[in-house]
Ligand binder design. Sequence first.
Ligand SMILES: [Zn+2]
Length: 206
Amino acid sequence: MFWRTFTTKAALEADIREDINSRVFGCEFESVLLSDLISERHYFCSRHKIRPSRFRKEPNKKNYILFGFFDISREGRQIGWHPASWIKCVKRPPNDWDLIIEAMRRRIEPRMQEYRRMTPTCEDCHSAPSEEVHHSVLSFSEVTTRVRDSISDHDISFCMKDWDWFSSDDFALPEWGAVTEMFELVHDFSVPRALCKCCHNKTKKS
Ligand SMILES: [Zn+2]
């Protein structure tokens, strides 16, 4: 079983799509399936026992955006209507370390883009324009593995403790703490290399 009575991920997605497609834009509706899915499988809702009670879809460029009504008045604050991405809940729920790795990628992205801008030609074939920045010497996954090997579970909790999970921004690493400091230290050993798409694909194969 994939989840509940659903044997596959595709079967679950098909049922949810059918449900949402049948709804009228702007009209509130209840869906036990969506409420269960989000409260059980969303990384934040599942940990904090938060369950959206009703939903509403609004049109956007990609068809619709789904909002859930999240009542957390027992916490002394309120969320109310908030975008509810059900597709994220179909995937394996990310753990804390997964979220930190995503935040590491976002943290270095501006630096990588700047390097690519300063290095307009591919550093491997010396002909095509550069389109990606590859981590050479130490790959990105080697960087994250080394960081993980040198920090504790407590460091991970510390890294996440002050983030406001109700913020609409993606989780960002704090400026202080062992995770951020170790990441910066290890990442400095990785050498950026600006590559064209073709040369970058070769690095993935090798
Ligand atoms: Zn190239």
